[in-house]
Design a protein around this ligand. Structure first.
Ligand code: PGA
Length: 252
């Protein structure tokens, strides 16, 4: 399966910084066309930058996938502060991250809400990147698989297929901490996720499962070599052109 190297920009940057970032990524990819034969690249900027980033991507013949970091569970209406999946689609997104642990943790998102958001996103024709992952306490209590299993069965809606859904396994203790799951630990969880998805979806072999949590140029090669790791969801290292491209190179 072709790897997906996805940059979750979180709430970072500015008009100017993000323009430079996307221009640098595009320039790098154009200079090394073999990168695109090994992997797809995606960026997930903050909402307000989506139209301008879309313009840059379009000018580069759409070589990069564009997505948002969240969406509403509703199509339109009196939901102050929300952005609907249809709006994302109209502004050039094809993908949307849902249920990131930062949204679960700081915004009280539940599996049930994530499932409704994913359903609305699928209905609008978006591909969802549904995030799952255990906390350190849960891992130490030997409950990692139980937690991830519950998140999978409760946050993936009935509209999900192997084509319109991507799973990102992001152990909470590895996000932004510099601590990474070992390739063996990550593979063990990815293998478990694949098995669990077999019970929920048809063709789950075709579904991409990304690893996220302090992925960087130094550890990307070993992680991406694991059989059930189909790419990375990258935060910090996706904000540096050289690091992001170098993670792509690790997929070659
Ligand atoms: P990180 O973030 O790469 O900075 O750990 C990953 C993520 O939260 O998606």
């Amino acid at each position: 399966m072709k790897k997906l190297i996805a940059g979750n920009w979180k709430m970072n940057g500015s008009i100017q910084k993000n323009a430079l970032l996307i221009q640098g990524i595009i320039k790098g990819i154009e200079a090394e066309p073999n990168l695109l034969s090994a992997c797809d690249f995606a960026v997930f900027p903050p909402f307000v930058f989506i139209p301008s980033i879309n313009k840059e991507i379009k000018n580069a013949a759409g070589k990069i996938i564009l997505g948002a970091q969240d969406c509403s569970a509703f199509d339109a209406g009196a939901y102050t502060g929300e952005v609907s999946p249809l709006m994302l689609k109209e502004t050039g997104c094809t993908h949307v991250i849902l249920g990131h642990s930062e949204r679960r943790q700081y915004h009280g998102e539940t599996d049930e809400l994530i499932s409704r958001k994913a359903q609305a996103a699928n209905k609008a024709g978006l591909i969802t990147v549904i995030c799952v992952g255990e906390t350190l306490e849960e891992r130490e209590a030997g409950e990692a698989q139980k937690i991830v299993g519950r998140q999978l069965s409760s946050s993936i809606p009935e509209t999900a297929t192997a084509e319109n859904t991507i799973i990102a396994y992001e152990p909470v203790w590895a996000i932004g901490t510099g601590k990474t799951a070992t390739p063996d630990d990550a593979q063990a969880m990815h293998g478990f996720i694949r098995k669990k998805l077999n019970e929920q979806l048809e063709d789950s072999q075709k579904l991409r499962i990304l690893y996220g949590g302090s992925m960087k140029p130094e550890n990307a090669k070993d992680l991406l070599a694991a059989p059930d790791i189909d790419g990375g969801l990258i935060g910090g290292a996706s904000l540096q052109v050289a690091d992001f491209l170098s993670i792509g190179r690790a997929a070659l």
